[in-house]
Write a protein that binds this ligand. Structure first.
Ligand SMILES: Cc1ncc(C[n+]2csc(CCOP(=O)(O)OP(=O)(O)O)c2C)c(N)n1
Ligand SMILES: [Mg+2]
Length: 796
């Protein structure tokens, strides 16, 4: 559509103006009570103005999805404003309460952000995994009536310092990535610095090694024309040799500085001197600043030429702050235009005071022409970019044969194995993935049944060679397990992509990712990112805690229950028994599909109708199971977060609240205390997270006047006498349950693990860290006075 270049040029000017005005308005004009002046947007945004104009207003199609470099958010919002998808009010309150977000946000912005960005590197990887998910969905025969989209990332060059990008690249290569564009804003500046020389060559090699096409957009059309003039070749050589720092400095300094420098270095050389001399200072600056990434014709040509489905990396030379007074200055990241500079810019843009938000103010083409161009922008052709998919019905019960003694991790494997037998929509929509711990997290039986996913089928050589093996590792386009290399960042970004499939592809998936609990920390920011985007998945983390005794401290998770408690968008559970797990997993499949905006339930004060993702912390410790009938009431309490295994009597002096695999210790302790403490209670806490969240919400509701609001934990503890002590215990940080004492004012002693474990037997470690029955009894004796507990003395 190169005949529209003039129109695009006009709109590009307008986009840069609107973005700059948005930032200026937020920082200088809006009443800013905290006095916080934040830069980081102005220069960084300007760097991408041309590229984003070319993309959004010409190259992209409705099915394409984009992750925009965090600091280019004002450019994104300005484009959406021109397209009628962003309001002036939100731009006026950019970075303010309920205004346009500082960094593009799927959940907080109202103008169709495809992928959130902010923590650099993660949005980039998200586009790669979104492409893989698109392939997964289509290979399963879903969504074929919609055209294939391209997943595009606008990448800051310093973002490429983030290791998660390279983890993703490697995985993309393994999985046969297609339809993915990474457009690198090669302004050679980061936040603090000017980047090293010659990085582009490393990038070029690297991307090629991973099977990508690499397109370098270095020279703009003015430069390309000048290179054809006599002496032009000499100029090109000079540009190619010029160090990044110097080029940036000269961009900042302007035409006269360019002339002096060029004359000093390549003057008196005949043709090239004439090439320089025949240009005014302004024309010379325009020529030297005319890098490919700021030249619409060059960008349009490069982007339109990439027609294959091969992943493609565009390295686009740009100037940070292009078109603004701070252009090229190495300190410009936090730079803001002063009111005086803005005034000069306003005049240059021919924007009258009071008309700053007018869409076409100061442009030379007629408004109707510009509007009709915008009305025809292909990217905006579909009314709804966000798709949706109906919920997949979840069975009322998940079947599992419970052995007398069983670990929750084994139970998880057995539950999925049973689901795997089914040939219903529910079983078909489940997709599992794991970073090289598929078998050791008990997904093996499921994978045996459902196969591994690959776009091209690949037989299991061991099977075809008739070598006995427990597992059948066959890859095919119908497989339902995505095998990942050991990179937890990739696991979480893939879950983020799988968990948005209903919205991106209009096809619902029920993703389950497994990993070892301690390694959540390795991908924690990516997990946070997935939750922030409201991606929906079930995370199964196992094994966990010092229960993993023999593996030693580096494999034993301590802080993860607190992550479960604190991570927004993630409902965390740690069941002790397999029947609890069956109830929770069933609930989780429904919960990850919820999308309502109903008020919190009056029963538990949780926002269950809004839905979210789920984290199950499981254990490899075999625990004696309880034979019982799963009543609807018990199932409800398990999901709400806790139930009485033994209700405390009216004179109870002490109760034990436990979570997870230490159930046998808690039960044993209650038995040991029974003779010396009256009416001892035993509370099974299946979700400290949900109990805590409900309690907080109910308190807030009461403070706002809903006097009858009561949370589940408040009801459970209502009849526990005030003098009763609580001993809480889990294989994780004690703070996870310590707050129980604050609910109704009971004196509490919280047991748990605070220090790295070491190798040892389970009994040794439980004793060492004070979470065995003996420690529970000792804690009870200390906080619930009474006669000495006889069994305590008898214990070693
Ligand atoms: C994970 C993470 N670390 C640090 C930051 C702070 N930060 C924001 S932008 C940036 C560097 C920006 O450089 P680049 O990506 O080249 O973009 P440019 O500013 O040049 O447009 C940094 C370090 C961040 N947003 N995320
Ligand atoms: Mg940069």
């Amino acid at each position: 559509m190169t005949d529209g270049v003039e129109t695009l040029r006009e709109l590009e000017k307008k986009i840069l103006w609107l973005a700059s005005w948005t930032i200026h308005n937020a920082n200088h004009l809006r009443e800013n009570s905290d006095g916080l002046k934040v830069g980081g947007h102005q220069a960084s945004s300007a760097s991408l103005a041309t590229i984003m104009t070319a993309l959004y207003l010409d190259v992209l199609r409705p099915q394409d999805r984009v992750a925009v470099k965090p600091h280019a958010s004002p450019i994104f919002h300005a484009i959406q404003y021109l397209l009628g998808k962003q309001t002036q009010r939100r731009l006026e309150t950019f970075r303010g309460y309920k205004g346009a977000q500082s960094y593009p946000s799927r959940t907080k912005d109202a103008d169709d952000v495809d992928f959130s960005t902010g923590s650099v590197g993660l949005g980039v990887a998200q586009t790669l995994f979104a492409s893989l998910v698109q392939d997964y969905v289509r290979a399963h025969g879903w969504g074929l009536s919609r055209p294939e989209g391209r997943m595009v990332a606008l990448v800051g060059d310093a973002e490429l310092d983030e290791g998660n990008i390279f983890e993703a690249l490697l995985e993309g290569w393994k999985q046969g990535l297609r339809n993915c564009w990474w457009i690198i804003d090669y302004n050679r500046q980061s936040l603090d610095a000017v980047v090293r020389e010659g990085l582009w060559e490393r990038y070029e090699q690297l991307f090629k090694n991973f099977g990508w096409d690499v397109v370098i957009v270095k020279y703009g059309s003015l430069q390309q024309a000048a290179f054809k003039e006599p002496g032009g070749e000499r100029l090109r050589q000079w540009i190619d040799k010029c160090p990044n720092q110097l080029y940036s400095a000269l961009v900042f300094a302007g035409g006269a500085a360019w002339r002096k420098r060029l004359n000093d270095e390549i003057g008196d050389q005949g043709d090239v001197s004439r090439l320089i001399e025949k240009r005014s200072d302004d024309a010379l600056a325009a020529l030297m600043n005319n890098l490919g990434g700021h030249d619409l014709p060059s960008m349009l040509e490069a982007l339109h030429a990439a027609t294959s489905d091969k992943p493609t990396c565009f390295i686009c030379y740009t100037v940070k702050g292009f078109g603004l007074p701070m252009a090229g200055h190495k300190d410009n990241h936090a730079g803001l235009m002063t009111p005086a500079q803005m005034e000069v810019f306003r005049q240059a843009m021919a924007v009258r005071p009071g008309h700053e938000w007018d869409k076409f103010e100061g442009l030379s083409l007629p408004a109707e022409k510009l509007q009709s161009f915008l009305d025809r922008v292909p990217f905006a052709a579909d009314k709804a970019r966000r798709l949706s998919a109906p919920a997949i019905a979840v069975p009322d019960n998940l079947a599992v044969t419970i052995q007398p003694t069983m670990a929750t991790q084994t139970g998880f494997g057995a539950l999925l194995n049973e689901i795997g037998r089914g040939d219903n929509a529910f079983a078909q929509r489940i997709v599992t993935t794991s970073p090289d711990v598929t078998v050791s997290t008990n997904l093996g039986p499921w994978v045996n049944r459902r196969g591994l996913f690959a776009r091209e089928a690949m037989a299991d050589t061991f099977k075809s060679e008739h070598i006995p093996s427990t597992f059948n590792w066959e890859f095919s386009p119908k497989g339902q397990h995505i095998e990942l290399g050991i990179a937890e960042n990739n696991l979480f970004v893939l879950l983020s992509a799988l968990g948005l499939s209903h919205s991106i592809n209009g096809e619902r998936l029920l993703p389950i990712g497994t990993l070892y609990d301690p390694f959540i920390a390795r991908g924690l920011d990516a997990l946070n990112y997935a939750c922030y985007q409201d991606a929906r998945f079930i995370l199964v983390a196992t094994p966990s805690g010092i229960t993993l005794a023999g593996e030693g401290g580096a494999h034993q998770s301590i802080a993860e229950p607190l992550i479960g408690l604190a991570q927004d968008g993630l409902a965390a559970f740690e069941p002790a028994y397999v029947d609890e797990l069956a109830v929770i997993l069933r609930w989780a499949f429904a919960y990850i599909q919820k999308d309502g905006d109903a008020a919190p339930s009056e029963r538990n004060w949780l926002r269950d109708e809004t839905g979210g993702s789920v984290y199950l912390r499981l254990s490899t410790r075999p625990v004696e199971q309880i034979e019982r009938t799963m009543t609807a009431e018990l199932a409800q309490q398990i999901v709400d977060g806790a139930y009485w295994l033994r209700e405390p009597g009216p004179n109870a002096q002490v109760m034990v609240a436990f979570t997870g695999a230490v159930a046998p210790e808690a039960i044993a302790a209650v038995g040991l205390m029974a003779e010396d403490r009256r009416d001892v209670g035993l509370l099974a806490v299946t979700s400290a997270d949900r109990l805590n969240a409900g309690w907080t919400a109910a308190q807030r509701a009461r403070e706002r006047g809903l006097v009858h609001a009561r949370s589940h934990i408040e009801r459970l503890l209502a009849d526990v006498p005030p003098h009763c002590g609580i001993v809480s215990v889990l294989d994780g940080h004690p703070a996870t349950l310590a707050w129980l004492g604050a609910v109704a004012g009971h004196r509490t002693r919280a047991l748990g693990v605070e220090h790295f474990g070491q190798t040892g037997s389970l009994a040794e470690l439980y004793r060492h860290y004070g979470i065995d029955a003996n420690a529970i009894v000792a804690a009870a004796q200390a906080i619930a006075p009474g006669r000495p507990i006889r069994h305590l003395k008898a214990l070693p």
